[in-house]
Each structure stands twice: as structure tokens, then as C-alpha cells.
Design a protein around this ligand. Structure first.
Ligand code: IFM
Length: 450
């Protein structure tokens, strides 16, 4: 392995890929155009009180109409890859299983547009926009949704498998289960533990069936899943048990079934009466061999026991530490935890090679005299890429890094209030301005000989 020496003390193999990432609902807009129907996020964002300022993804960054010029901007960042997600309700707008040709055409042009610009397309099937008709029919708790997901995966693999660089089933299933069905923050906004466990399990089954379907369609296409593993630490010496329970619940319920074909013992003992019937029978379907996995990392979690003694398992809470640097969304900046997390995960689980599929920071700098001077984001990215390089130097097989995000976009329950982009978007005019961090990243990518 040769080592490319980049400026800023970042040293990574020449084969390491840099990219930028987005997701369909966060950027596309055109929510009711060309046959697309509603997802649970359209319903949720149109429900008063669910999203800050009543923001919705109806228009978002209008990427659906600006795809070509957005791809030109990506090319200007000198990255080697673009990670995006397909919109399921754009491709399968109704329960009858008919494919929407206008949706197919959009992604066909997007993928060709990437290849024409020498950008490797890294695609994701599910970045949270579950078609509303599937939710109404039982959602992820129903096996029908898992079968529908496998059909959708097969279509994508059949149509685009020869042009995609990688294909991922789920983005952060923790968010589309725990954050959405237990904490009530994301669509559909429930607080229901048994339902959450059915959704976690249902998504795992859907992942396994989809991988089987895609392998049968396109055996050579590298397949994976993206997990937002939590970097869990006890806040103090008395909180070590709490940290272990937290780790089992928030990471183990995902990593163990997906990579080892079992659920974490401690969690199963505590939760099995609430788990879906005969869940153990599905484990062989869930644990499909994968070619890679993606880690999305932003911030660590400092954990202690829950306040109430009757809280259900894992009975923990996350504590905000004082006197640490935070981004505008309030998340602690701690790059060392990224190196540490990678090492811990590889020590604990049998994992294939990894991409950092998301990492980035919310800072809300605006355009002043044509310039967005977001030095803190540049520093955040630099520190975290250095942290990845450190892990690679210690033998962790990380093959690439994707900055979140290409451009400011719809930040879910936070609406448009939090800006993660390397490119500023003026939502009133849809004007794009490359930020200082974007220029820095472009320079880093230019000097990195992929
Ligand atoms: O914007 C999200 C993205 O959709 C999933 N990962 C975290 C990002 C920042 O919150």
C-alpha cells in the first residue's frame, strides 16, 4: 500500500476515496411532481408542530430540477465519489408495484451524470422516506414491507447495478427505528418500545432479503449498510454498567444481528417478551455477508443511568458535558472519539472494510460579500479526517470518507435551521455558494492522488 501525503498532516493510501453525501428527501424537492407520491416524511413535515418552523421537503434544494448544475458543483470539489439516495416513493408511487418511469429516468440521468464527471456513484436505497402507502399497511413492523423493499432493491440492482460503485440498503436504521418510534423525534413520531423493536427487526429482515435479491441480480455489485454507531462513554466511574447497557441497546441491536446473526444476550433477556414473534427464525436471513459497511459519525455520547428507576431497558440517558466545543446544533466536537470508535467496533465485531459515509458539522454562517467564512467547519473536517488517517495507520480498513453534506439541506426535525453543507444554499433564490470549507476540501481532494 502506498501512502499519499496530503497537506495538513493527513496521510492516507492513494486508493482512499473522498466524496460528498446527500439524501433524496433532504435535497430533491419536486415532492408531488412526475408521479412521486407521499412518504412518511411528507406527512410528518406537513403535520403542525413536528418540524421546526413548519419546514417541509416540498422544494428543499430543488435538486430534482437542478441536478446537472449540482453535479457540476460536485465536480468542482474534486471529489472521486458522490453518495446519494433513491426516493422509494418516486420509483414506486403506489401499492400496485408499478414502476414510475419518470423516477427511473431521473436516477438514470443522475448516475450517467456522475460517470460523465468521473464521480463514482455510491447509492443508498433507504434514507428514511418510506412510502406512505406502505406505512398505512403496517410499515416496517409488517413483513409485506420487507418483501416490497426486496423488490425495490432488485429493480435498482437490475437497472443500475452495472453503473453503481456500491449499493447500501439502509442509512442509519437506528434513526428510522429508535429515533422515530421510541424517541418520537423523526417520522412517524411515535414513542412505543414494542413497536420500535418490531421496526428494528423488520428493517433487519428487509436488509437481508434485499441483499439476497441484489446478489441474485448483480453478483459483483459491492453491497453494504450504513450505521451511525454511537461512541459510548460512561460519564463517571459509577456509570460503567449504564454505558454497557447503552452500547448493547443502541449499537448491539444493530451490529450483532447484521454481522453475527444473533441479538445481544443481555438485551434479549431484558426485551424478549416485547420482541416480534419467532424473531430468532429470521436471523439467518438477516446476517448476509456484506462487502463493506458505512460509519456515520458526528459526536460522542456520554452516558449514565436514567433518572426514573422504572425506566425500561436500557434505562440510560445521555448527558451533555460542560465546557466542550459544540457545533451550532449543539453536538460536541470530538475527533479522537472517531478513531477510538473505529478501533472499538473492529475489536468487538467481525466487520468487513468500512467507508466513513458521513461526517460533518452544522454551522450556520451566511454569505457575506459573496463569501461564507466557515472556518470552524473546515477545522472540524480536518480534525476528523486526521482521526480517520490515524485509524488507518493503526490497521483499520477504512476505504473512503464522505463529507456530510454537499450542500445545506432539509435537516429533518430541525427543518432548514441547521446548515451542514460545504456549499451554502440561499433557499429564497436557490443560489449556491461554495463555502470556505468547500474550497479547503476541494484543495485537499485535488492534492490526494486517487
Ligand atoms: O442530515 C442527517 C443525515 O440525513 C443522516 N445523518 C446525520 C445527518 C445530520 O443530522
Amino acid at each position: 500500500m502506498t501512502s499519499g501525503k496530503l497537506a495538513d498532516q493527513i496521510q492516507l493510501p492513494d486508493t482512499f476515496i473522498f466524496g460528498v453525501a446527500t439524501a433524496a428527501y433532504q435535497i430533491e424537492g419536486a415532492a408531488s411532481e412526475d408521479g412521486r407520491t407521499a412518504s412518511i416524511w411528507d406527512t410528518f413535515s406537513h403535520t403542525p408542530g413536528k418540524v421546526l418552523n413548519g419546514d417541509t421537503g416540498d422544494v428543499a434544494c430543488d435538486h430534482y430540477h437542478r441536478m446537472d448544475s449540482d453535479l457540476d458543483l460536485i465536480q468542482q470539489l474534486n471529489v472521486g465519489a458522490y453518495r446519494f439516495s433513491f426516493s422509494w416513493p418516486r420509483l414506486f408511487p403506489s401499492a400496485d408495484g408499478q414502476v414510475n418511469l419518470a423516477g427511473l429516468d431521473f436516477y438514470d440521468r443522475l448516475i450517467d451524470g456522475c460517470l460523465a464527471r468521473n464521480l463514482r456513484p455510491f447509492a443508498t436505497l433507504y434514507h428514511w422516506d418510506l412510502p406512505q402507502y406502505l406505512y398505512d399497511n403496517g410499515g416496517w413492523a409488517s413483513k409485506d414491507t420487507a418483501y416490497a423493499f426486496a423488490d425495490y432493491a432488485k429493480l435498482i440492482s437490475d437497472k443500475f447495478g452495472d453503473r453503481l460503485r456500491t449499493l447500501t440498503t439502509f442509512n442509519e436504521p437506528w434513526c428510522s427505528s429508535i429515533l422515530s418510534y421510541l424517541f418520537g423525534v423523526h417520522a412517524p413520531g411515535l414513542k412505543d418500545l414494542p413497536k420500535t423493536l418490531s421496526v428494528i427487526h423488520g428493517q433487519h429482515v428487509a436488509h437481508g432479503l434485499a441483499v439476497q435479491a441484489m446478489r441474485s441480480s448483480h453478483a459483483d455489485l459491492p453491497l453494504g449498510i450504513v450505521l451511525n454507531a454511537q461512541a459510548v462513554y460512561p460519564v463517571d466511574a459509577q456509570s460503567e454498567d449504564a454505558a454497557e447497557r447503552h452500547q448493547q441497546f443502541h449499537n448491539g441491536l444493530f451490529f450483532e444481528p447484521l454481522f453475527h446473526g444473533e441479538y445481544p444476550q443481555q438485551a434479549v433477556e431484558a426485551l424478549s417478551p416485547l420482541m416480534p414473534k419467532n424473531f430468532m427464525d429470521d436471523l439467518p436471513t438477516i446476517a448476509q455477508p456484506l462487502d463493506f459497511w458505512g460509519l456515520n459519525y458526528y459526536t460522542p455520547s456520554w452516558v449514565t443511568d436514567a433518572v426514573a428507576s422504572d425506566e425500561p431497558y436500557p434505562a440510560t440517558r445521555v448527558v451533555d458535558r460542560e465546557q466542550v466545543t459544540r457545533t451550532d446544533i449543539g453536538w460536541e466536537v470530538n475527533a479522537d472519539c472517531l478513531t477510538d470508535l473505529l478501533k472499538r467496533l473492529y475489536a468487538e465485531y467481525s466487520l468487513p472494510p468500512c467507508y466513513i459515509t458521513e461526517n460533518g458539522a452544522a454551522y450556520n454562517h451566511q454569505v457575506e460579500e459573496g463569501v461564507v467564512d466557515d472556518k470552524p467547519r473546515q477545522e472540524y473536517l480536518q480534525q476528523h479526517i486526521q482521526a480517520v488517517a490515524k485509524a488507518v495507520a493503526q490497521g483499520i480498513d477504512v476505504k473512503g470518507y464522505f463529507a456530510w453534506s454537499l450542500m445545506d439541506n432539509f435537516e429533518w426535525a430541525e427543518g432548514y435551521s441547521q446548515r451542514f453543507g460545504l456549499i451554502h444554499v440561499d433557499y429564497a433564490t436557490q443560489q449556491r455558494t461554495i463555502k470556505r470549507s468547500g474550497h479547503w476540501y476541494a484543495d485537499l481532494c485535488r492534492r490526494h492522488a486517487f
